[in-house]
Structures are given as structure tokens and as C-alpha cells.
Design a protein around this ligand. Structure first.
Ligand SMILES: [Zn+2]
Length: 456
């Protein structure tokens, strides 16, 4: 009897507590939608600062801008965390032409060098092409079929995957490792089908990872439309040749910074909740969805708390990492310093899947933590945020996992992300104000609940 009474008291208390939370969560969303600043911040970051690849003047401007913004909002502390970053430059515009096509003669195709790639040299490279869909296929061709040729990796992203990040995962090995795989068999370079789901004119860049002790080959992405054209022409004309000229190079590492703003906790100020995005973008893009959106949403979480007069019990930090795209040095540095300074992080959240309509949060945490967060699910329902089932956190917060920090990824609708990802199309006008603000609201609501209840 006592147990029954006790249990119902607990249930009552929980529902009373959550009833108050209903109101607070609604206030958070209301403020995000009525008085939100994330869209305005994003306009500045994309239009006034623009592309911000690590080591570039744009990246340096983005660091200064985000520091000033957080200082102007009156956060308790704002500081820069120094980190050395890779400094890759694209150089002069790259070009590529299919030559000697029996059907079409010479045809220009749209390519861009992959980030971190070596260049072809000013004279360019010309050779025959061998098309493959997998590394197994490449292996079967061996040195005999590959030596002296371009390897054309043409496995598309799977359009039947509803989560487009799963489709991306199923194809992106070609971009990351294609050049080194091709080098094993004596190829002269790698051409990779862009990581996009549509037939598009523009190529998608992204990082290439050279394996150690293997020659580094020039690697380019080709637009999906031209990948289809090249594949079609190759079917009738195996002797077709491709000319590619790229001018990219890697300069010595450059100094840069993670940018951090903080609201200090009133009760447990040694317990830190991180909410974050990455400040760098690819050089070809304004980086509106990737990841300007995540940066402004993270700043907005702290600003909304101040606006509402909410004093967090725990310390809330907005972190803008540098160098997610081509090195992850910012994320690694942040984790290194957290360990060195013996900081206690109770959670880290990252928004790096675009500023689209929020659906939920992914988690990389133990079951008890997951269940606690899932118990808050009903509070998000009125805002159409319901998916707390996916695994994972985010690239920049990943290194904190070694310290046992529970990780969370902001999960928005994924259908349009790979239309823009790493391309000149990732611009401010592709972001919907309301969707971006709903995302800020969802992130702030999650941080509010973590702050109030902890995760134990
Ligand atoms: Zn990103």
C-alpha cells in the first residue's frame, strides 16, 4: 500500500514538474520564434563573412565576429582557444575536359579539387579513364587495368535511404579513400562522383584522406550530371581521355581558434553542458547549413536563456569549433584542454546536419542517460520534435567520448541537406527562418531540461 501510495506520489510529482516544464519549454519556443536572432546572425556570418575554410582570412573574420556577437549579448565569459589548423588552398580555378569523344568531341565538365588534394601541376594531367563502383572492383582490375589511368569512382548515393546521412555514409568512402586506393594500382588520379542525390551541374567538394606511405594523387569531384555523362560516353568509347588541371596545395599549418561563450552555473558551476557547431566551412560555400546554422543556434541557446531571465544551475557553453571540415583539430583541441583542465562535462550537443525543421536528437550515451532523455520526449511533441531513437553525436564532440561524456546530435529533416552540402549552393537563401528558429528552440529546450535535471 505504502509502495503504491509512494509510487503515485512520485508519478504526481513528476507530472507536476513536467507540467511546469511544459510552460517553460513553450516559452523557449515562443521566444525563439517571436524574438529569435539566429537568422539575423546567420545572415551576417554567410553574407558579410562568407566562406571560411581553416587558415583563410574568412575563418579569421568568423572568429572575430563570433567573439564580438557573444560579448555583445553579455555572456558571462567569452574566450578564444588557440589551435593550429591545416591550411589548404585551392588556387586558380580548376578545369576538366573530356577529349576525343567519338560522339561529342571535346566537352568541358564541372569538377572541383577535393579538400587536401595535391594539384595536378600547371600543365594538367591527361589520360584514359577506368570507371569503378567499388574498391573490390578496383582490386579486380589490378595494376594491369589501372596503371597510368584516372580512376573514376561512380557509385551513387542510394536514393532509397530515407535518412540521407545513411546514403552519404554508403558512398563517401570513395571521396575519402578513393585516391589512396587508386594509387595502390598505379593510377594517375581519382575522379569521384559528387556526394549528392540529384542530377546537378555543380560538384561537391569535401575532404580527401591520404593513407600513409602511398603516393598522393590529385583527386577531384565531378558533378553528378557530368558523372552520368562521362559514364555513358565511356560505355561506347573506352579510349576516351580526360584532361584535368588543378592548382591546389597545402601550406604550413596556420594559427586559429575555437570560440567559446559561457553562462556560469548558479549551483553546479563545475558541471558543463556544451552546445556547439563548427565555424569553418568549405571555401566554395557560404556554409549556411554547414555549419553556420549550428553555430548561430548554439549562440542562440545562451541568448534565449538570458532573454528569459533563466539562470542555469549548471554552466552552459556555446562552442564554435574550427576545422571540422579538413582536420577536426578544433574538436580534438577542445577535448585535450577539457582533460588538461580537469573539466567535468555532463553533456555535449552538436548541431551539424543543417538548419532544417527539427525532428529530434541522436544520442551516444549509456542506456540510463538515453532513457532519461527519452522521458522528456512528450515535452517536445507539441513542436513536432519526436525522434530520440538515432545513434550518434557529432564529429567535433566525438573526441569527448573518451572522457565518458554523453553526446547528442541535433537531428533535423535530412531530405535537402545533400542538395547543398559542400557546394556553392550552401547559401543563406537556402535556410528558412522559421525552421532555423525551431531548431534553436529545440536545442534550448533540451539544454534547459539537462540543466534542470542533470543526466544521472
Ligand atoms: Zn559540417
Amino acid at each position: 500500500m505504502f509502495r503504491v501510495l509512494f509510487t503515485s506520489l512520485v508519478v504526481m510529482c513528476v507530472s507536476v514538474a513536467y507540467a511546469q516544464d511544459d510552460t517553460t519549454v513553450k516559452t523557449i519556443f515562443d521566444e525563439a520564434l517571436r524574438n529569435g536572432k539566429s537568422y539575423e546572425m546567420l545572415e551576417h556570418l554567410t553574407k558579410k563573412v562568407g566562406p571560411r575554410l581553416s587558415g583563410s582570412p574568412g575563418a579569421a573574420a568568423a572568429v572575430e565576429w563570433s567573439r564580438h556577437v557573444m560579448e555583445d549579448f553579455g555572456f558571462d565569459s567569452v574566450w578564444l582557444q588557440p589551435v593550429m589548423v591545416p591550411h589548404w588552398v585551392r588556387g586558380q580555378q580548376e578545369m576538366a575536359r573530356i577529349i576525343n569523344s567519338k560522339k561529342m568531341g571535346t566537352v568541358s565538365v564541372n569538377v572541383c579539387a577535393l579538400g587536401g588534394s595535391v594539384g595536378t601541376g600547371p600543365g594538367g594531367l591527361v589520360s584514359q579513364i577506368v570507371e569503378v563502383k567499388s574498391f573490390d572492383e578496383l582490386k579486380q582490375l589490378g595494376v594491369k587495368g589501372v596503371k597510368g589511368k584516372w580512376v573514376f569512382f561512380n557509385r551513387p548515393m542510394d536514393p532509397t535511404k530515407i535518412n540521407t546521412f545513411a546514403a552519404y555514409s554508403g558512398a563517401v568512402d570513395q571521396r575519402g579513400s578513393g585516391a589512396s586506393e587508386a594509387a595502390k594500382y598505379g593510377a594517375i588520379g581519382a575522379i569521384v562522383r559528387s556526394m549528392g542525390l540529384n542530377s546537378e551541374e555543380y560538384p561537391h567538394t569535401g575532404g580527401v584522406r591520404y593513407a600513409p606511405n602511398i603516393p598522393q594523387l590529385p583527386a577531384v569531384a565531378i558533378s553528378t550530371r557530368h558523372a552520368d555523362l562521362l559514364s555513358k560516353l565511356l560505355k561506347d568509347d573506352k579510349d576516351l581521355q580526360l584532361y584535368v588541371e588543378t592548382h591546389c596545395e597545402t601550406l604550413p599549418d596556420a594559427p586559429s581558434y575555437n570560440v567559446i561563450g559561457e553562462l556560469r552555473g548558479s549551483e553546479y558551476n563545475d558541471e558543463i553542458i556544451v552546445v556547439s557547431g563548427h565555424l569553418d566551412s568549405w571555401d566554395l560555400a557560404e556554409g549556411a547549413h554547414d555549419d553556420g546554422a549550428g553555430c548561430v543556434q548554439s549562440i542562440e541557446v545562451l541568448r534565449l536563456f538570458k532573454l528569459m531571465g533563466y539562470k542555469p544551475k549548471r554552466t552552459i557553453r556555446a562552442v564554435m569549433y574550427m576545422n571540422e571540415e579538413n582536420g577536426l583539430r578544433g574538436g580534438l583541441k577542445y577535448a585535450e584542454m577539457a582533460l588538461k583542465n580537469k573539466e567535468k562535462h555532463i553533456a555535449a550537443i552538436e548541431s551539424d546536419r543543417g538548419g532544417f525543421t527539427p525532428r529530434g536528437f541522436s544520442m551516444a550515451a549509456d542506456d540510463a542517460v538515453k532513457q532519461k532523455v527519452q522521458s522528456w520526449q512528450s515535452l517536445f511533441k507539441p513542436f513536432d520534435v519526436w525522434d530520440f531513437t538515432q545513434e550518434g553525436g557529432g564529429a567535433d564532440i566525438g573526441p569527448l567520448a573518451n572522457q565518458g561524456v554523453p553526446l547528442f546530435g541535433f537531428v533535423p529533416d535530412s531530405q535537402r541537406y545533400f542538395d547543398y552540402h559542400h557546394t556553392p549552393e550552401d547559401t543563406f537563401d537556402k535556410v528558412n527562418k522559421r525552421e532555423l528558429e525551431l531548431g534553436s528552440g529545440a536545442m534550448a529546450a533540451l539544454v534547459y531540461l539537462m540543466d534542470k535535471y542533470g543526466l544521472k
